[in-house]
Structure formats: structure tokens, C-alpha cells
Design a binder for this molecule. Structure first.
Ligand SMILES: [Zn+2]
Length: 282
């Protein structure tokens, strides 16, 4: 009898339902949206002030998600080669990922939700602290289906492709606005106000951690209410590179990729994933 009851329970739990009851949260970290980070030199991954500040914020988010009902929290050290966070200092109940993750960024793993911590706004947003799209040295502008985008929009779309909502972001007011523009119901922790690219007013580290923990906890209640951000139909992704990466007219490209100008490559796909993979999986 006990065996039968167990079998019914297992059968009733489809892959999607199990993923949701598992309530695993995937945190993607970055540097430029952390409270108190306002100069380029502070974003060096081995800068000890930066390491202490971001570790405090990551741990606050982990505590908040667990208090809100997360069964598992996994953190990807997403800034500059994963050299910032350490398993010595993250909350004991979380797991830490180092290294580059490829085009799908592990978003196919059945997460209940994705969270952006320490996130900056897309390139060309102003005022915004160190706003850029993936590479401040290599990329001037990213355009997806005619709109300028950055990490927030493309990663939210990638999560959305796998049916996962973005429920939380911490960063400056510009990053918060960028996420709110595409996921209005997400919880945001605004830890600093940008006056320029290298100018901001930040709350203290303890105040940032308190706010992040509270918003992370509250965001857990929104899983199920927040729709994954899905881009429907064909997608073009145009990448305008910097002058030092000016494209050679002689270069030939893979199908779906073309040179659209002296410094612009266009990646096209029948859907988001095809265009994204042509860009990020190259
Ligand atoms: Zn970034």
C-alpha cells in the first residue's frame, strides 16, 4: 500500500511541476550594480573591498530567498572570469558556480526563478553607473529587434525561452528601470542612484544588504505571478563593436550572420534561441 501511494505521488509530479516544487533560484552576479562600487578600479575581481561588498549582498540575497521558501539557491559568479566569490565566504546552504557557462547559461535546468544581483544597465543608458552591454571595451551597442539591449534584456529573454521568470534585481536606479521595462512585476532593490558613468550616491553596505534580503524574500511570493519574458517570432541581434574591433570586409561568416556595417554584425534566427546561439555560441 505504501509503495502504491509513493508511486502515485511520483507519477503526479511531472518534470515541470517537480521543478516548480523544488523552487531552485539561480542568482547571476555582476560587479557594477553593487552598493558602493562606482569606479572602474573597484570592479577588479580581486579588489578586496569589492569582494567584501558583493559577498555581503550575495549572502543577503541567499538568506532572503531561503526565508521566502527557496529549496535551493545556486549562485553564478558572473563578473569577469568568476574570480570574485568564494565558497569560503558564501552562505553554507548555497552552491557556487565558477567559469563560463556557454550559450544556454544553465537556464535549461528547471529553475523556479532567476535573480540578477549587482546588475548594471545596458550600454548608452544615462545616468547609469558603468552602463555597458557585456563588454565595455568591445561592444558599443547591442540591438535586439530594433531596441537597444544589454545583459538584463538578453538574459531575461534566455530565461524566458526556458519558461523561467526573472523575479529580482539589485543595482542602481537605471538597471532597475531596465528590468521593470520588460518585467514590471519583478522586485528590485535600488542600492544607489547614478549621477553619471562614474558618479553615484550609494546606501551603506548594511543598508543595501537589509534591502536586498527583504526584496529577495518578497520576490519568492511572486513566483507563479511573474510571466517569463518571452520574445516571440524571428529575432535579429545587431552587435556594434568598438573601433579597435572594426570588422574586415574580407571575412566570411556562418549562415545567419552578416556584416551590416564597418563595425556591426547582424545575427538572425527564426526565433530568439537560434539568433542567440549564433551570437553567444560562436
Ligand atoms: Zn555585466
Amino acid at each position: 500500500m505504501r509503495f502504491i501511494a509513493l508511486s502515485v505521488t511520483l507519477l503526479a509530479c511531472s518534470a515541470v511541476a517537480c521543478a516548480q516544487s523544488r523552487k531552485a533560484v539561480f542568482i547571476i552576479t555582476d560587479a557594477e550594480g553593487v552598493a558602493g562600487i562606482c569606479r572602474q578600479s573597484q570592479t577588479e575581481p580581486t579588489n578586496s573591498e569589492h569582494q567584501r561588498l558583493i559577498t555581503g549582498e550575495v549572502n543577503a540575497a541567499i538568506r532572503g530567498f531561503i526565508q521566502g521558501g527557496a529549496s535551493e539557491v545556486v549562485v553564478w559568479d558572473g563578473h569577469d572570469g568568476s574570480q570574485t566569490l568564494s565558497v569560503l565566504t558564501i552562505e553554507p546552504d548555497a552552491k557556487l558556480i565558477h567559469g563560463s557557462l556557454g550559450a544556454s547559461m544553465l537556464l535549461e535546468r528547471g529553475w523556479a526563478a532567476v535573480a540578477f544581483l549587482g546588475q548594471h544597465a545596458r550600454a548608452n543608458r544615462s545616468p547609469a553607473v558603468m552602463a555597458h552591454s557585456y563588454s565595455s571595451l568591445g561592444i558599443q551597442k547591442m540591438i535586439m529587434n530594433g531596441k537597444e539591449v544589454g545583459e538584463i534584456e538578453t538574459r531575461a529573454a534566455l530565461a524566458g525561452w526556458f519558461g523561467v521568470p526573472v523575479i529580482f534585481l539589485s543595482g542602481d536606479q537605471a538597471a532597475a528601470e531596465d528590468l521593470k521595462a520588460i518585467v514590471p512585476e519583478a522586485e528590485v532593490a535600488v542600492v544607489k542612484e547614478a549621477f553619471g558613468y562614474y558618479a553615484c550616491m550609494s546606501v551603506s553596505a548594511p543598508a543595501a544588504q537589509k534591502l536586498i534580503q527583504q526584496k529577495a524574500r518578497e520576490s519568492m511570493a511572486r513566483i507563479g505571478q511573474i510571466k517569463p519574458y518571452k520574445i516571440e517570432g524571428p529575432v535579429t541581434l545587431e552587435i556594434e563593436v568598438s573601433t579597435r574591433s572594426t570588422l574586415s570586409p574580407q571575412t566570411s561568416y556562418q549562415p545567419g550572420v552578416e556584416r551590416a556595417g564597418p563595425r556591426t554584425l547582424r545575427y538572425s534566427g527564426k526565433d530568439f534561441m537560434e539568433a542567440w546561439t549564433r551570437y553567444a555560441g560562436r
